[in-house]
Write a protein that binds this ligand. Structure first.
Ligand code: ZN
Length: 275
C-alpha cells in the first residue's frame, strides 16, 4: 500500500500530455521499477542523471527515473514544431493484430528495435556519458510504450477510430488510441491499491523486447479489439465504436497488468545493463 501511495504522490508532480501513453503511465512504470534496482544499477542511474538536460538542452535538475520517463515524448513534441515527421513511428510498431507478420521498422526506428539498440548503448561503458544518459531515457520510455497494446497492434480501423466511451464527458471526440492513452489509463491509475512485490525473474534474451511486443500485440487483439462490438479480423467497424462500462472495467485490469510487467522488465533490463 505504501508503494501505491508513493506512486500517486509522484504522479501528482507530473504534467499530463496527450497523444501518447500519458506521462502518468510512463512515470508509473518507472516508479514500479525504481525500488527493484540493485544498488549498483541505482548508483549508475544517479550518475547518468547527474548532468541531465531537458528538451531544450538546458540542465533539467531531474534526478529520478519517474521524472525523465517522458523525455522521449517531450523532445518529439519540440521537434515536430519544425519537422512534422520528426521521430515518427519511433514509439510504436504497426503490427497487424490478425497476422503473425510484424510491421515495418525503417532504419531500426520502431519501439522494439530501438529498445534493443538503446539498451546496448546504455550497457556500453565506452559510449559517451551523454549518449548513455539519453539511452537511459529512451529505455525507460520505450519499455512503457512497448506494453501499451495500441503501440504494438493495429486493426483495419487503425488506432484513430472514433469511439464513445461510457462515462466520458465528451462523447465522440476520442479515438480508440486516445481512450487507452488517456481516460482508461487514468482510470487504471486512480485508486490502484498496488501490492508491491519483489523483483520477478525476467529472462533477458537478446530479442526479449520483440517477444514482449508480440505478447502485447496478442493482448491488443484479445483485450482491445475482439471485445469491440462487431469485431472481425480485417473488418472495418462502423464509427463511432461504443466502449461500454464492461469494456472500461476490463481495460483497467489489463492496463494495471501491463504497467506491472513493464516496471518489472524495466528493472531487469537496467539491472543487467548497469552492473
Ligand atoms: Zn512514447
Amino acid at each position: 500500500m505504501r508503494a501505491a501511495r508513493v506512486i500517486s504522490c509522484l504522479l501528482l508532480l507530473l504534467p499530463l500530455s496527450a497523444g501518447a501513453w500519458n506521462a502518468a503511465g510512463h512515470a508509473a512504470v518507472a516508479a514500479i521499477a525504481t525500488p527493484l534496482l540493485t544498488p549498483q544499477a541505482a548508483a549508475q542511474v544517479r550518475q547518468l542523471l547527474a548532468d541531465d538536460l531537458d528538451r531544450h538542452g538546458r540542465p533539467s535538475r531531474r534526478t529520478q527515473l519517474v521524472e525523465i520517463a517522458s523525455w522521449a515524448d517531450e523532445i518529439r513534441d519540440e521537434a515536430v514544431k519544425t519537422d512534422p515527421a520528426a521521430f515518427r513511428g519511433w514509439h510504436v510498431r504497426r503490427n497487424p493484430v490478425c497476422s503473425e507478420a510484424l510491421g515495418a521498422c525503417p532504419d531500426g526506428h520502431c519501439v522494439d528495435q530501438l529498445l534493443i539498440s538503446q539498451t546496448a548503448i546504455l550497457a556500453d561503458r565506452t559510449q559517451s556519458p551523454r549518449a548513455r544518459n539519453e539511452a537511459l531515457k529512451w529505455v525507460v520510455h520505450l519499455l512503457g510504450d512497448l506494453h501499451m497494446p495500441l503501440h504494438a497492434g493495429v486493426n483495419s480501423n487503425g488506432g484513430n477510430a472514433r469511439v464513445e466511451l461510457a462515462g466520458y464527458a465528451r462523447p465522440g471526440r476520442l479515438s480508440l488510441h486516445e481512450a487507452w492513452d488517456g481516460p482508461l489509463l487514468d482510470a487504471a491509475l486512480a485508486g490502484w491499491e498496488r501490492v508491491p512485490g519483489a523483483a520477478a525473474p525476467v529472462p533477458l534474451t537478446p530479442d526479449a523486447p520483440t517477444q514482449w511486443m508480440r505478447e502485447t500485440r496478442a493482448l491488443a487483439l484479445e483485450a482491445v479489439y475482439r471485445p469491440l462490438p462487431g469485431f472481425a479480423c480485417e473488418a472495418r467497424l462502423a464509427e463511432p465504436i461504443r466502449l461500454d462500462q464492461a469494456y472500461r472495467e476490463a481495460s483497467v485490469a489489463v492496463i494495471r497488468q501491463q504497467l506491472e510487467r513493464a516496471g518489472q522488465r524495466l528493472a531487469a533490463v537496467l539491472n543487467q545493463s548497469l552492473r
